[in-house]
Design a protein around this ligand. Structure first.
Ligand SMILES: N[C@@H](CCC(=O)N[C@@H](CS)C(=O)NCC(=O)O)C(=O)O
Length: 232
């Protein structure tokens, strides 16, 4: 068990698990990592800790289970507000917190559009790809309004929205390569590209995220399975 009685039930290529790991790493918290076998045999601990969805990530803190990636991020921020790089959700500003939660939710739309664009074909693919591009341009505008390198508004520390968005630097290139997608380049989204480089470079993100090539190889096989299931 980690120093704070923390254990994370995880899966290496899950962007949701990576969010939880990034939050724990930003706080400088040590934790045990339990890698789950999601496809063959979920552990008894996972099934009893998240009986509703049976999904990772689950953070277990002194025997209590916290489910859902962004819920874990908020929990960690509430319990250890001043640890590591500091608070993740803006303090003393309800409007800034509401705005951060709005943009954190917004990534569901981008994730869904990019996944759909990557696995579909024809008109459906083009529509989903257009939606993904629009979402990325919307993010560029939000980032511009924040005034820093990160969505937190800071030039040095990531916050709640950066963690929510953290799948983007690893998964968008993966989906783009596999699905031959169109993505807005640095001319259209310069701040988003600067943000991607800064996240990939951050010492806290590196250990939390998969190797790009391993992720690509794994995702290729997974997408083939998904396509076969859709074709049946
Ligand atoms: N909304 C959840 C999504 C978690 C999720 O989809 N986890 C996947 C791995 S990427 C999972 O555990 N899948 C196992 C299953 O569906 O049986 C979160 O944010 O934590």
């Amino acid at each position: 068990m980690g120093e704070e009685g923390l254990k994370l039930l995880s899966f290496w290529s899950s962007p949701y698990a990576c969010r939880a790991r990034l939050a724990l790493d930003l706080k400088g918290l040590r934790y045990d990592l339990q890698e789950e076998d999601l496809f063959n045999a979920k552990s008894a601990l996972l099934l009893e800790s998240n009986p509703v969805h049976k999904k990772i990530p689950v953070l277990i803190h002194n025997g209590k289970a916290i489910c859902e990636s962004m819920n874990i991020v908020e929990y960690v921020d509430e319990v250890w507000p001043d640890r590591g790089t500091g608070f993740l959700l803006p303090r003393d500003d309800a409007f800034a917190r509401a705005t951060a939660r709005f943009w954190a939710d917004f990534f569901l739309s981008l994730t869904a559009a990019s996944f759909k664009a990557a696995i579909s074909s024809g008109e459906e693919k083009e529509r989903a790809n257009d939606e993904m591009i629009q979402d990325m341009v919307a993010l560029e505008r939000f980032l511009e309004s924040q005034g820093g390198v990160f969505f937190s508004g800071s030039n040095t520390s990531m916050g709640f929205v950066d963690i929510a968005a953290s799948f983007l630097p690893w998964w968008i290139p993966t989906y783009t390569e596999i699905g031959r997608l169109r993505v807005p380049g640095p001319d259209t989204c310069p701040l988003l590209h600067r943000w991607i480089a800064a996240v990939k470079d951050s010492p806290e993100a590196k250990p939390a995220f998969p190797d790009q090539q391993e992720l690509l190889d794994f995702t290729k096989v997974r997408f083939e399975d998904v396509k076969k299931r859709f074709a049946q």
